[in-house]
Design a protein around this ligand. Structure first.
Ligand code: PLP
Length: 391
């Protein structure tokens, strides 16, 4: 059997699978007692008008194959959203409805890079960029983020980059919650332009705003040069509690790049079901959605306060939670995998080890706010019993 060599790098257990393995050693009672601040899956349900729109559409007629690019009404609504939200003009023909940002982010690598090409990956960040690059056989150049550089690490000098194909950026960032400055993204755009590369900007959290505060998220198309080299990936998952529906978009203004992506999507799969897209349309245009979202974000905002205050009381310096569902906190030991293991086995609280998001995540943990307030308070109490110290 001949196996893709890229898989060998996947031998490290995928972030959440490692946790699953530990969990399977627990009794059912122990498991029921666990408080998970692990995976980023919204616990507040998909707004009713979205669910109704999906059901209505499913019932309305026989649905054959959808189109590869996605429904025009959804793309038109998304284009209007871009204008309202980001002050960006985008033609619906430059928007591609996808089966989840995870798939899109993985697949984009196959179209816009070749084995041996260099890809720049923000570190720490959502692990799929790295998985795709390893699978493809790219050379990875990590941008090493830290509290000191505000998780906007200096870009490498041109001389260090051989056959640069892609720059992966993720702002607002999973796991740190940091939103980039426009200057920083502009520098990445200029770098890509000098090398004939593309910048993949993941804005999955642009519209996830616990507490309904001000979001500093922006589109790469609002950055000079962004139209030529930008590929923007967005998701319905987090802002609309639609993780189960698998709905995302890719926006590409460069006509040649858009044509390549269109060709890929037409060959690679058969599009996203029309009824799931009807849910996406409702998310964008139904007048009841904004009020529901506002209410949900108020709930998330109260939880963010509990998590923030709690972690500070425990003495863990933290950032995040303004534009993402994540608290990113540093711990007094370097071995974050051990720390996560101890929180799970000794306190029955799941947090995610930072190094799962890249080498710069070492010594950090990520906690989500997708638990009711009393469970979050209980999690903080339990975490208090764990003393993390370098041995
Ligand atoms: N991008 C980032 C930064 C994420 O954190 C996630 C999911 O956690 C995704 C993309 C995936 O989104 P989707 O549910 O659309 O696949």
């Amino acid at each position: 059997m001949r196996i893709n060599r890229g898989f060998s790098a996947w031998n490290r257990p995928y972030l959440f699978q490692a946790m699953e393995a530990t969990l399977s050693s627990f009794s059912p009672e122990e498991r029921a007692d666990i408080i998970s601040l692990g995976i980023g899956d919204p616990d507040l349900p998909t707004p009713e008008p979205i669910r109704e729109a999906i059901i209505r559409e499913h019932r309305s007629r026989y649905h054959g194959y959808p189109t590869a690019q996605g429904r025009l009404d959804v793309r038109t609504a998304l284009a209007e959203h871009y204008y309202r939200r980001f002050n960006v003009n985008i033609d619906p023909s430059m928007l591609f409805i996808g089966p989840g940002a995870k798939s899109d982010l993985f697949d984009l690598n196959a179209v816009f890079s070749n084995p041996g090409d260099t890809v720049i990956i923000l570190d720490p960040a959502y692990p799929v960029y790295r998985d795709a690059a390893e699978y493809r056989g790219n050379r990875i150049h990590y941008l090493s983020g830290s509290v000191e550089n505000n998780y906007q690490p200096p870009l490498p000098p041109d001389g260090e980059l051989d056959h640069l194909a892609l720059v992966y950026l993720c702002y607002p960032n999973n796991p740190t919650g940091v939103t980039a400055s426009r200057t920083y993204v502009a520098e990445a755009v200029e770098l890509a332009q000098r090398h004939g590369a593309m910048v993949i900007m993941d804005i999955a959290y642009a519209d996830f705003i616990p507490g309904n505060g001000r979001s500093d998220a922006f589109s790469i198309f609002d950055i000079p040069g962004g139209d030529a080299v930008g590929i923007e990936v967005g998701s319905f998952s987090k802002p609309f509690s639609m993780t189960g529906d698998r709905l995302s978009w890719v926006a590409i203004k460069n006509p040649k790049a858009a044509a390549f992506w269109h060709r890929y999507r037409s060959n690679r799969d058969s599009g996203v079901s029309n009824y799931d897209q009807a849910g996406g349309l409702a998310a964008l245009v139904d007048p009841a959605i904004q009020a529901i979202q506002h209410k949900n974000f108020a709930v998330y905002g109260r939880r963010a306060r509990i998590l923030r205050d709690g972690l500070q009381t425990l003495g863990y310096p933290m950032i995040g939670l303004d534009n993402t569902p994540y608290a990113w906190f540093s711990i007094p030991i370097q071995d974050d995998l051990l720390a996560a293991h101890r929180f799970l086995t000794e306190a029955r609280v799941i947090v995610t080890a930072g190094s799962g998001f890249g080498p710069a995540g070492r010594g950090f943990l990520r906690a989500t706010l997708f638990q009711p307030e009393e469970r979050l308070q209980e999690a903080i109490l339990r975490m208090q019993s764990i003393r993390l110290m370098e041995s």
